[in-house]
Design a protein around this ligand. Structure first.
Ligand SMILES: [Zn+2]
Length: 346
């Protein structure tokens, strides 16, 4: 047992929380010198996939275990390393036009987006792909690394061109891709990558991380941040750093509580409409609702005599119904209808 445990110790100081087994796989590839041409960091949003991908890039480019001091590390920190291309925030008309902020997150040329009438969405098109790949053809030596966040953003056209690149990757090039929506990716893309499945992180690991990073948080604040983070360390950091985000989450939970405590058909329909506007919002709701039902179930288990129409059996049924709703939305059932149907069961 002791021996087994000692294998789980990471060699490098990853700036992430949890998912150690995935990091061990990356370390093993790095230490053996057998790096894949492409890795896919898959899993729920805000668990640290992008953070892990960027640190892995730093481990590859720095000659001294991501020391943080050398020229390579300094350039990576300012997102100006010629061998590291990061594709994260995009210029989007009327939504995201702050070039300074964009350049801190993405360092490929995006000027074409502001000239194109199509650049109104968060999708990565063929023009973007061309600018991203233009960074391969330079004279710098060593590994060329491309970190592409939420790779499901590629348009159909762009993803086909990208697939060709993955089929015959240029020498000394590594793609580190992330996705929080694996089912949306072409199987042919996934099969060309070393897939690293990330998952939610347990509360005690998140609590420990928060205590170290934010020693000023009171016990009560700490508990609430851990609760709202729902297993997502990056979200926990955002909540601890930003009172507005924290308020936003408190408000969301208050709404869910209202919906359950004061059932009102019109309010349910309104809520279903609001959260079905896009995929991200729907996922956020399903996740928060599952979490809410689970906490409710725990409270009820502690007070079995409480007079409530929500018996543990009813709560378990609602949890199953929420899961079934998630599955039917994945199978392309109209999200609004699916959510209305779920909320009417409350
Ligand atoms: Zn370094």
């Amino acid at each position: 047992m002791f021996l087994l445990k000692s294998f789980l110790i990471l060699k490098f100081s990853w700036p992430t929380t949890g998912n150690e087994n995935r990091l061990l796989e990356l370390e093993a590839d790095l230490l053996s010198g057998k790096l894949n041409h492409a890795y896919l960091f898959a899993g729920p949003p805000e668990v640290g996939k992008l953070t892990a991908a960027k640190f892995f890039a730093q481990l590859i480019l720095c000659e001294n275990e991501a020391c943080g001091e050398c020229e390579n590390c300094k350039r990576i920190r300012t997102n100006s390393h010629p061998n590291l291309t990061t594709v994260d925030t995009l210029w989007i008309e009327d939504v995201n036009e702050d070039w300074e902020l964009i350049s801190r997150k993405s360092n490929f040329n995006q000027l074409h987006r502001s000239k194109s009438p199509k650049a109104k969405t968060d999708s990565l098109g063929v023009d973007d792909l061309r600018e991203i790949l233009a960074r391969i053809h330079n004279t710098h030596e060593g590994w060329q690394i491309f970190v592409i966040h939420n790779v499901e953003r590629f348009t159909r056209e762009a993803v086909n061109s990208f697939l060709k690149i993955l089929e015959e990757p240029p020498a000394k090039t590594i793609f580190l891709l992330t996705t929080s929506n694996l089912p949306l990716l072409l199987p042919t893309i996934v099969s060309r990558c070393g897939v690293l499945q990330f998952g939610n992180v347990n509360s005690s690991a998140i609590e420990k991380m928060l205590q170290a990073k934010f020693p000023k948080l009171s016990g009560e604040e700490l508990k609430r941040v851990v609760n709202f983070s729902m297993g997502k360390p990056i979200r926990a950091i955002r909540l601890a750093e930003n009172p507005d985000t924290f308020r936003e989450f408190s408000e969301y939970f208050r709404k869910l509580k209202n919906l359950v405590e004061k059932p009102d058909t019109a309010a349910k329909m309104q809520f279903a409409e609001a959260v079905s506007v896009d995929y991200a919002e729907t996922q956020k709701f399903l996740e928060a609702f599952t979490y809410f039902l689970r906490s409710f179930l725990l409270t009820r288990a502690k007070q079995p005599e409480a007079n409530s129409r929500y018996t543990p059996k009813k709560l378990v049924n609602l949890l199953h119904a929420t899961e079934a709703t998630r599955e039917s939305i994945e199978r392309n059932v109209n999200p609004r209808l699916a959510l209305e149907n779920l909320l009417l069961q409350i």
